[in-house]
Design a protein around this ligand. Structure first.
Ligand SMILES: [Zn+2]
Ligand SMILES: [Zn+2]
Length: 474
């Protein structure tokens, strides 16, 4: 028999959490042999004494022996349940340092609580209207952290005995445990440590992607890094992922969004400023002069422009195209906004683009952002003579004449193309989608696009504000 004692500081041993005396009077009617009956009484006395001296294992040993002699006795089972609960309680409250100093062998708190529950349920079956059995069951359930069932049990017990002080106190305790739990769940927040930072931008992860090697980065940061090579920036594992097929780690993203809402909102707006620059700000692709209505295809392979194209494609699909002015050696003062009408990401990270010139702008100022240029611009249009003036009528007439001429040119060009498949095919293709002469400005640019003008000439055209002058070039 183990002689271990369990010490409890300042705990009361009255009420339902104490063991009951085994009374002879109750059992006098039983047909049990006398010597056997006195053995049970003896064991119960020993057990109760051991219990009150906190020798709980001894107590359980006695109760179990008594139970073998007299199975199904509610007092024996009830006392054993109290003793099991007491051990479970003791083990749960034991500090880690105590356990290190003096390890407790044998059963763990959960197993003890389960045994306490089993005995309590047996007592309940035998004495269905005893408030104490509800108390024992609820107590074991609380130790098992099955709080909802414990609550139900206590409420049922109070139906049987509304005045039971032990049940009332237990219910109050349980309610304060649950309130504490709810509070703790609400207040629980992962510490805002570096764990949620992207190692590339050193900020809170935004739209995190977890690589097959297990590292997480902001989606934009990872692909910006992959523009320079397909290796994980952390461990250099070769990555076979692409911006199109790779999905954001939903769970990680939710954790971040829920726990750091303000910082997340900040990161979101930061990201949106990069993709939607604002009405008069455009990213610039420095290459060639593009005129309104002009169509061309581009291959984007430089890392800085890959980044720019990704951002443009998340935004309004528009960017500016500008040339280096040979006269000054820096970017020209006028540019053209183009719309990306087709964007095909290639497996190696490049992009194949089809763009179409939309409107002209004058660059007010420009600066560098992540390796490419962003400009503040002012949109420009031809100065159109007011409706009803002679100038306006003249302009319309010139445009109409030019349109008529163009139509007959296209017809002959098509015939020529039929005769000789290779020549003039591109011009004919470009000639499709002619704007009507009622919009002289668009028409004039559409028309000059049919010509093979030098970049400097085309830059001149971008600067013009007089439609007739543009038409004069044709
Ligand atoms: Zn990042
Ligand atoms: Zn890695």
């Amino acid at each position: 028999m183990a002689d271990k004692t369990y010490s409890f500081s300042g705990e009361s041993s009255t009420g339902f959490d104490d063991v009951e005396e085994f009374l002879l009077a109750n059992e006098a009617v039983n047909n049990m042999p006398r010597d056997r009956f006195s053995q049970v009484i003896d064991l119960m006395h020993k057990g109760n004494r051991a219990f009150r001296e906190n020798r709980l294992e001894d107590a359980i040993h006695c109760y179990s022996k008594a139970h073998n002699l007299k199975p199904g006795d509610p007092v024996i089972l009830s006392n054993r349940s109290v003793a099991f609960s007491r051990i479970s309680q003791f083990l749960k409250n034991r500090s880690a340092s105590d356990s290190e100093y003096q390890p407790v062998n044998g059963l763990d708190p959960t197993t003890h609580a389960e045994l306490a529950l089993k005995d309590a349920e047996k007592v309940m079956n035998i004495r269905s209207n005893s408030a104490k059995s509800y108390f024992l069951k609820a107590n074991a359930l609380i130790l098992l952290e099955r709080y909802e069932e414990a609550h139900k049990t206590l409420v049922s017990g109070l139906h049987i005995d509304p005045l039971s002080n032990s049940l009332q106190v237990s219910l109050q305790n349980l309610e304060s445990i649950s309130a504490g739990l709810i509070k703790r769940t609400k207040l629980w927040k992962p510490q805002r440590s570096d764990d949620f930072d992207c190692t590339l931008c050193l900020k809170l992860l935004y739209e995190p992607i977890t690589t097959p090697c297990g590292h997480s980065f902001c989606r934009a940061c990872l692909f910006q890094s992959m523009d320079h090579g397909n290796k994980c920036p952390m461990c250099r594992t070769v990555l076979f992922i692409s911006p199109r097929t790779c999905s954001i780690s939903v769970t990680l993203n939710n954790i971040i969004q829920k726990n750091f809402p303000e910082e997340y909102a900040e990161r979101k707006s930061e990201h949106e400023t990069l993709t939607n620059l604002g009405v008069d700000l455009i990213p610039l692709f420095v290459m060639d002069v593009v005129l309104p209505c002009q169509k061309l295809s581009l291959n984007i392979f430089e890392p800085r422009y890959r980044l720019m194209v990704r951002r443009v494609m998340e935004g309004n699909h528009r960017m500016g195209m500008v040339v280096i002015d040979s006269a000054t050696g820096s970017i020209a003062d006028f540019a053209c906004e183009v719309e990306i009408t087709e964007c095909e990401p290639l497996p190696d990270g490049r992009f194949y683009l089809e763009v179409e010139g939309r409107r002209r702008c004058r660059i007010l100022r420009s600066w560098d952002q992540d390796g490419y240029r962003v400009a503040e611009v002012e949109w420009i249009q031809d100065i159109c003579p007011p409706e009803g003036t002679r100038e306006r009528d003249d302009l319309q007439a010139v445009a109409r004449d030019a349109a008529d001429l163009t139509c007959s040119w296209i017809r002959s060009a098509k015939e020529a193309a039929r005769a000789d498949r290779r020549s003039r095919r591109t011009e004919v293709l470009q000639a499709e989608g002619m704007p009507g002469p009622q919009d002289p400005e668009s028409f004039s640019f559409w028309l000059v696009n049919l010509l093979n003008l030098r970049p400097s000439e085309r830059l001149e055209l971008l600067r013009l504000r007089d439609t007739r002058e543009v038409l004069g070039h044709t």
